[in-house]
Design a binder for this molecule. Structure first.
Ligand SMILES: [Zn+2]
Length: 97
């Protein structure tokens, strides 16, 4: 995935895309990340993260492991979820200069 093909969004953008699913996202994605540096995979929490949308309208979360500070990232396929699509399209329009 090329870095030029993703745009950064804010957490409030993400909240408006996910709606009520944001709580799930927090639980299942932000608080459940694989860290290659820690012993216990899929149990770390992402801190200081940035949120991106790629060309396929999927969500990418990039941050750091809460335990060790190692860079971690999660990729969430949202591009095929119909209810997210309109909201993502709207946000992307606003992001364009
Ligand atoms: Zn770690």
């Amino acid at each position: 995935m090329s870095a030029k093909n993703k745009v950064e969004i804010t957490e409030s953008d993400l909240k408006s895309i996910l709606g009520n699913d944001f709580l799930d996202f927090e639980k299942k994605v932000i608080s459940n990340v694989y860290c290659g540096n820690c012993d216990s995979p899929y149990s770390s929490t992402t801190i200081n993260y940035h949120i991106f949308l790629n060309d396929l309208n999927d969500i990418i979360l990039e941050g750091f492991c809460k335990k060790c500070g190692h860079p971690v990232s999660r990729y969430v396929e949202a591009g095929e979820v119909t209810k997210y699509q309109e909201r993502i399209a709207k946000i992307k329009k606003l992001l364009k200069p």
